[in-house]
Design a binder for this molecule. Structure first.
Ligand SMILES: NC(=O)c1ccc[n+]([C@@H]2O[C@H](COP(=O)([O-])OP(=O)(O)OC[C@H]3O[C@@H](n4cnc5c(N)ncnc54)[C@H](OP(=O)(O)O)[C@@H]3O)[C@@H](O)[C@H]2O)c1
Length: 266
């Protein structure tokens, strides 16, 4: 089994100099795997059997989940990833991250999973909704709530109706109304890019950059802001580490917005 110390060593190798940040609330942490196209935009990788393999990206994703009070995703991502479960790692890595979560991140309860949807088109049997040990909140508007009403959602799944739902409203509500300190965003580009419209709503960005051009059907078409735009809004990366992954060269960057995340109000 990996111990919390081994996880700390791997986390520091991934994001050098981030130890103090790892021990405090992250605010809004966006993690994404992308390809920086030569003409500018960042294109998110589709997550499926054809995604270029990167164990280091999997570790980054798992570490972010191990740190989270809430993990926010979308209806579109649930439909694209029927097996999505928001688990932090598998096997020995999962056991080490559970140890790290309680000893370093000082969290005992599992994070709540939040699904943003406008349409309410969610499969009530989806793997993420099926686990009774995990709290799930579906964030939607009046129309979405109406569409969800006839679906037989499990009892541990709560519908959270917002007057004007958006990813920005959800992450703000989780922190200010629901008192959650570390909100990890795992959304595709259509939803995630609104967080970078000024005023930027991201405190940390963990960007895994695939260095080999993926096939066109492996990337999402809606772009994230370009690296230049991201660095204009977040500042230069706090760290960048190159990796030799099974799919080729990757780099792993951590950005932290200059402003500190305000603590939850309750
Ligand atoms: N590379 C990565 O790191 C990464 C991370 C996550 C996901 N992905 C991939 O990204 C793809 C999905 O990306 P995408 O751009 O198509 O979709 P997306 O950004 O994940 O989600 C868009 C969906 O979010 C919901 N939404 C957006 N704005 C909303 C609002 N104001 N109010 C209520 N709901 C709102 C809607 O869900 P409804 O349609 O349900 O109404 C909308 O269709 C998948 O293939 C997934 O595997 C990649």
């Amino acid at each position: 089994m990996e111990s919390w110390r081994e996880i700390e060593t791997r986390a520091e190798a991934l994001h050098p100099g981030s130890g103090d940040d790892r021990r405090s609330d992250a605010g809004v942490l966006h993690g994404t795997a992308a390809w920086a196209s030569p003409n500018g935009p960042l294109l998110c990788l589709r997550i499926d059997a054809h995604t270029p393999a990167s164990p280091t990206d999997f570790f980054a994703l798992s570490l972010a989940r191990a740190r989270a009070d809430a993990i926010v995703t979308t209806g579109a991502t649930l439909r694209a990833e029927p097996e999505l479960r928001h688990e932090a790692g598998t096997g020995a890595l999962a056991r080490g991250l559970a140890d790290w979560r309680s000893r370093v991140a000082e969290r005992t309860a599992p994070p709540v999973s939040v699904v943003l949807t406008r349409s309410g088109e969610l499969d009530a049997d989806h793997a993420l909704l099926a686990d009774p040990a995990r709290r799930v909140w579906i964030a939607t508007g009046e129309d979405g709530a109406r569409a969800l009403a006839p679906r037989r959602l499990p009892a541990h799944v709560e519908v959270w109706t917002l007057a004007q739902p958006s990813l920005r409203a959800v992450v703000a509500g989780l922190r200010s109304e629901r008192g959650l300190g570390t909100v990890v965003v795992e959304a595709g580009p259509s939803a995630a890019r609104e967080l970078y419209t000024p005023p930027v709503a991201v405190d940390e960005l963990w960007l895994s950059l695939c260095g080999v051009e993926p096939a066109p059907d492996v990337v999402e078409h809606a772009p994230l802001p370009s690296l230049t735009e991201l660095e204009h809004r977040l500042g230069p990366p706090r760290s960048g580490v190159d990796g030799d992954e099974p799919s080729g060269p990757w780099s792993f960057r951590r950005y932290r917005a200059a402003r500190r995340a305000a603590p939850p109000s309750c």
